[in-house]
Design a protein around this ligand. Sequence first.
Ligand code: SF4
Ligand code: SF4
Ligand code: SF4
Ligand code: FES
Length: 948
Amino acid sequence: MALVEEKDFGTPARRSEQNVTLTIDGQRTTVRAGTSILRAAAECGTEIPKLCSTDSLEAFGSCRLCLVEIEGRAGTPASCTTPVVEGMIVRTQTDRLARIRRGVMELYISDHPLDCLTCAANGDCELQDMAGAVGLREVRYGYAGENHLADVKDQSNPYFTYDPAKCIVCSRCVRACDEVQGTFALTIAGRGFESRVAASAGEAFLDSECVSCGACVQACPTATLIEKSVIEIGQPEHSVVTTCAYCGVGCSFKAEMRGDTVVRMVPYKDGKANHGHSCVKGRFAWGYTTHRERILKPMIRERIEDPWREVSWDEAIGRVASEFKRIQTQYGPRAIGGITSSRCTDEETFLLQKLVRAGFGNNNIDTCARVCHSPTGYGLKTTFGTSAGTQDFDSVEQADVIVVMGANPTDGHPVFASRMKQRLRQGAKLIVIDPRRIDLVHTPHIDAAWHLPLQPGTNVAMLTAFAHVIVTEGLVNEEFVKARCDLAAFEEWTAFVREPRNSPEAMADITGVPADTIRSAARLYATGGNAAFYYGLGITEHSQGSTAVIAIANLAMATGNIGRPGVGVNPLRGQNNVQGSCDMGSFPHELSGYRHISDAATRSLFEADWGTHLDDEPGLRISNMLDSAIGGRFKGLYIQGEDIAQSDPDTTHVIDGLKAMECVVVQDIFLCETAHYAHVFLPGSTFLEKDGTFINAERRIQRVRKVMEPRNGLADWEITLAIAKAMGYPMHYDHPSQIMDEIARLTPTFSGVSFERLDELGSIQWPCNEKAPEGTPVMHMGGFVRGLGNFVITEYVPTDERTGPRFPLLLTTGRILSQYNVGAQTRRTKNIVWHEEDKLEIHPHDAEQRGIRTGDWVKLQSRSGATSLRAVVTDRVAPGVVYTTFHHPDTQANVVTTDYSDWATNCPEYKVTAVQVSPSNGPTDWQRAYEAESAHNTRIAETLAAAE
Ligand code: SF4
Ligand code: SF4
Ligand code: SF4
Ligand code: FES
C-alpha cells in the first residue's frame, strides 16, 4: 500500500462558464477563465516550481519562484498571480528563468538549517523538492551571514511545533488561518529580514487565538509547522481514506500510517464535506484509540456490585445469549431490547436493529438520536415528507441570509462553520437566534446583522412571531406556495399566525427580545435573497422540539426558501452517524428508510428477506424501556456504543432503570458510566479498526475504512453477528459491504448504494436510486417528497419547567470545540489542555446578586439534583440564563436536567432547566465519591496495562 497522493495545482480551481485556450511550452490547453497560468500548466502536466502557492489558498505572489515568460510581455511575471488570457503563449522553462529560480532558492537555503537528513520533514518538504527542481548545487552566499538559525521553537501546542529557524515566510500558514479556517490568529510580524510568523500578538500558539485546526500545519511547505507525531514516529509510508468519527460534518481524512501506527490524519481534499479542512478533533484527537484505559477483553459478573472477571469471547457471548433467552422464557419476548449507537457504522446499526426485530422478536430498539435530533425526523417528515436536512454543505456558498438558531457551529460543527464564515465574509447577512452570544455573532470580519438572545424555551414563540411578520407584511412567496404547498393547510396556518397573540409585540415579553428586532430579522429572512436556516440541539432538545422544527419548515415554505441551492432547512447533526443510525431503522416504530413497522407491505418485504415473522407493534423507546424496567417488566438490554447513564436526562431515573434489569450488556471502547450497571462488558472497536459507512448531516454516505486490525479482536458488527448466532438467529455476512447490499435491497432511498459505487463516486447523498443514480445534493427540488408541502400550526406552549423563587434561573447547555459529547474520547487525548473541567457561565448581574466571582465554586441545583462546578462571570449569557457544557462525568450536568421531553418524540428537554446557583465549597458528596472511584479505576487500568 502506498500514500494516497493528492496533486497540488498551485491555485484554486475557477468555476467560470467560459473557457480560455492558451499555449504552454508549445502545448495548447483549454481551462476555465480566471485560472492562473500556474494551475493551467499543472492541469496539462507541466510543473512550474512554486513555494508560496498551494491550491487551497488564493495566490499571494511572494516567493518569485513560479516566474514564466509570456510572449509579447516584458519581464517574468509570477504564474500564480497571472490569469490566463485567450491566445497567450507561455514559456515555463528557459535559461533566464532557471537562473532566476536558482538565485531565489539560493537566498532561501542560505538562511535555512542544513539538516535535511535529520529533519522530520525529510522527503515531505517542498523547499527540499524545489531545491532539486531548480537544480541548486551550491549557495554562493555561504551560510555565515545573518540568519534565523538560532530562533527558539514554540512547542506549546500539544500537537504541533513551530520552528522559526525553518520558516521561509511564505505566509501560507497566515492565509490558511484567514481564508480556510477564518480565525485570523496569525500574522507576519516585522519587516524585511525581521519578518516572522506571529500567533496573535506574538504569543505562544497555545495562548493565542489559535483553535488548533491544523490548517496552517498542512499548508506549511517546510518543517516549520509540523505535527509532533511526525517528529516522534517518522514520515508515513502508506495511507487509507476514511471518515472522521466525531461530528456530523463528516470530514474525510487520509489516515497516514507507518506500519500499523497512525502517524497523522490529513484532511482529504477530495472529501466532499470538508474539501481538505478539519478541526482539532478529527485531525489531532485520535489518541484515545490506543489509550491505556481501553478495554480489550470481554468481562462478565453476576451482580453489578461484583468485580469484573475477564473471560473469552465465547464465554461472554454465551452469557449474553443464555441470559437473554432465559429472560424471554421467564418474562416474555418483549422483556429485552437494544440501543444502537450513532458512533457506529450504518452496517452495525442495521445489524443490531435486525437482531432485535428478527432475533429477539420484538421492536424494542431505540437510538441515542432519541436524545438529540428525533424532533428533526418528526418535524421534517410531517412538513416535507422526509426526515433529513434539505441541502448539501456547498449550498451555503449561495446563501444571502444565514439564520443560525440553537446551534454554535464554530464549536459544534467547526469545519462547516469555516465554510459559513467564508460566505459571511463575502457579504451574506447573519441572523443568530440563541440565548447566548455565540462566537459567530462577532468574529473577525463578521458581525451578525441581528442577534436575538431569546429566553430558553421560547423558540416556537419566536418562530411564530417571524411567521406573523411575514404573513401580515405581505412577504409570503405566493407563487411558491400556490405551486408547491397544500393550500388548505396554508390558509389555516396563515389565519393562525395572523392572530395578534402571535405578533412580535405580543411575543416580546415571552421571548425577551424587543418586537422591532424580531420584525427586522424576520424581514431580512423573507426579503434578503436566498435564506437558509441552520439549527442544532438548541431547537430540538425542548418540550416543543418537534414544533420548532415544523415552525422552521413553515417559514422556509412560506418564503419559498426551499428546493434549490442556497436555501433550505439544515439540521446540524451532532454525532458522526446520527443521521445514519436513524436512516437504518433504529427507532422502535420504523424500519430502515423511515417506513412504519405497522405497514404490512413493508414488513412482508423484510420478512421475506430475513426469513422470519416481524412484530407489527412499535416497541419501547429508551425512556419507556427504563420505566418498564422499574415497573418490573423489562429485564435485558444490549447497549452498543451509547452511555445512557451520562448522556440521557435525569440520571437518577436512568440508573434506577438499569439497576432494575437482570442482564445489561454494554459494548463500548471504555468502561463508560453505563458499564457500572452492566453484567456483561463487550469491548468495542474504534473507527480505525473496521469497514463500513457513516452518513453525515447532509445525508452523505461515506466510507469508513479499516486501517488496523481491531485491538479487541472483533469489529462491532462481528460481535453482533456472534450474539445473533448464539441466540439461534444466525446471520451470514463476510464483510460489511454485504450488509450494505442488504440495506440497498430493502430500502428504496438506498437502492443505488454499494461499496463499489461509493469507491467510484467518493460519497453519495441519499436518496440514491434509479431516479438519482449519483445521489441527491439538494432535496425537494420541483416537488416535496410528500407531494405538497404541509403547513402545520405551531401553537406556543410554555414548558412545564418554570422558574420561580426557588429556581429563578434558566440553565441551558452546549458543547465546546475541543471536547466531544460526554468526553469519553476527547478527555483521553491531549485536547484536555483546552478544557479540564465544565464551568458555569453566569451573567455579571446574577453573579453579583449571589456574591459569585469567576473561578468560585458554585452549586447548581434544580428540582432533579445538584452538582458543583466553577463559575465564569460573563455577559455572553443574558441575565437570568446560565450555561454549561457537559463533557465531564464528574460534573454530570444531566444530574440537574429534568425528565420533561418533546411531546412528539420524547427527546429530552436538555436546554431548559430551572435552577438556583449559590456559592459552594467545592464538589458535592457524589462528585467526591465519583472522583475517588475514578482514581481507583485509573490505578487498576494502569496496573493492568503495566502487567501486559
Ligand atoms: S511557518 Fe511555514 S507556511 Fe508559515 S510562513 Fe513559515 S514556512 Fe511559510
Ligand atoms: S492551527 Fe488553525 S487556528 Fe491555529 S494558527 Fe493554524 S490555521 Fe490558525
Ligand atoms: S468538523 Fe467534525 S467531522 Fe470534521 S474533523 Fe471536526 S469533528 Fe471531525
Ligand atoms: S508560487 Fe508564485 S510567487 Fe510563489
